[in-house]
Design a binder for this molecule. Structure first.
Ligand code: NAP
Length: 350
């Protein structure tokens, strides 16, 4: 039996940190051994350092671990980062400099030219940025990131369609409240309401989509030359971001071409049978009223994108709806799958 790789979490006491802990339970490759947080939590037992917000209670395997400060040295070589964005830039860099592999969910380094913004099914070749990152920065370690929770569903649906020449995308999101962390949006604001603004989200969605769907060009990614316009809204849903999408293509594919591309899509994680990979990354749903967050977001362990309602768009060419789980495929699950791909590429060998 393969020895499991010891891993740690930077920002383990936060909302996303808890999702990492939950998602890593039972992972056959990674063994969670170290938890890091701020000096407010360091030195305490994990169960005393945070309030557990997820279903099922604090796992026994971490409840008694002592939380450490987020300083390189004591942590395992592979660390997942769920740190507050206000502090992630410097701390993640310090870990990479000291030889750690930092697989980050924070937004801080996503758009840096030499940092992969990775979705294993869509752009695994962007990992080729890592040697240049290490050379240019003099790092023994590395930083690899995953996208924002609203970008992930969009790119998982657009990735299989890139072959048809995407020229314009208009996306409108209906984003779950769990995407705002804890305590998130006040209940008086969100109950029976829609909030048509999420700070910075539209810009992130537009730029991240172009980078993820772009092409590896030596020392950087040449972004996809498509216009992307995002409208981001917070709605009274607990988990699962729903997005309605219109797309224009240069090659004018037929509707069956698009449907076939979505349904047959598989990536490297499926080919290599990575532990957290959903068997089908994109699941097309025929029912006219699906996907729905309450019924579908948790399926496939929250790791697939659910697409439905593909039809002609009279403004662009085609339109559809996509749903993905924002805290699993949009956060912890995405980073764990990134690390599994990196392991399968030999990038975690010391
Ligand atoms: P959070 O609940 O506020 O947790 C922040 C974590 O960072 C805590 O563990 C906190 O430790 C730690 N931290 C704060 N200051 C620190 C310092 N100076 N040194 C070391 N650790 C420090 O935040 P979150 O909602 O989990 O989000 C974490 C990151 O993921 C953010 O970058 C966010 O943008 C991103 N993100 C969040 C979501 C989501 O659904 N919430 C989705 C996608 C991405 P203490 O408990 O000790 O303060």
């Amino acid at each position: 039996m393969q020895t499991r790789i010891e891993v740690g979490i930077l920002g383990a006491t936060g909302m996303v940190g808890q999702h990492f802990i939950k998602f890593l339970q039972g992972n056959p490759w990674f063994d969670l051994k170290w938890l890091g947080a701020s000096d407010r939590s360091a030195g305490k037992k994990y169960k005393d350092a945070m309030t557990w917000h997820l279903a099922g209670g604090t796992p026994d395997s971490v409840a008694g671990l002592t939380v450490d400060e987020c300083k390189p040295g004591n942590a395992p070589r592979l660390v997942f980062s769920a740190m507050d964005a206000g502090v992630a830039t410097e701390i993640e860099r310090a870990f990479a400099q000291a030889g750690h592999v930092v697989v980050s969910n924070s937004r801080n380094h996503r758009m840096e030219q030499d940092v992969p913004l990775l979705v294993p099914e869509i752009n695994p070749d962007h990992l080729k940025l890592v040697p240049g990152q290490q050379r240019a920065r003099g790092w023994k370690g590395q930083i690899v990131t995953n996208p924002n929770c609203s970008t992930i569903g969009l790119v998982m649906a657009l990735g299989p369609l890139k072959q048809f020449g995407i020229t314009k995308v208009i996306v409108t999101t209906m984003q779950a409240i769990s995407g705002a962390g804890y305590p998130g949006v006040p209940s008086m604001d969100i109950m029976g309401n829609v909030i048509p603004f999420i700070g910075g989200e539209e810009e992130k969605m537009e730029m991240e989509t172009q980078k993820i769907l772009g092409d590896f060009a030596g020392d950087r990614i040449a972004p996809l030359a498509a216009k992307v316009s995002a409208h981001c809204n917070r709605v009274a849903v607990v988990d699962g971001h729903t997005e309605t999408v219109s797309v224009e293509f240069s090659s004018k594919p037929s509707e069956p071409d698009l449907r076939q591309a979505l349904e047959s899509f598989r990536g490297l994680p499926q080919e290599r049978n990575l532990p957290s990979a959903p068997p089908r990354p994109v699941i097309y749903m025929d029912a006219a009223n699906r996907p729905q967050p309450r019924k579908d977001a948790e399926r496939e362990r929250g790791m697939a994108a659910f697409v439905g309602r593909l039809r002609v768009c009279h403004a662009l060419d085609y339109k559809f709806v996509v749903l993905s789980h924002n805290t699993i495929r949009g956060a912890a699950g995405a980073a764990v799958l990134n690390a599994e791909l990196m392991h399968s590429e030999g990038m975690l060998d010391s």
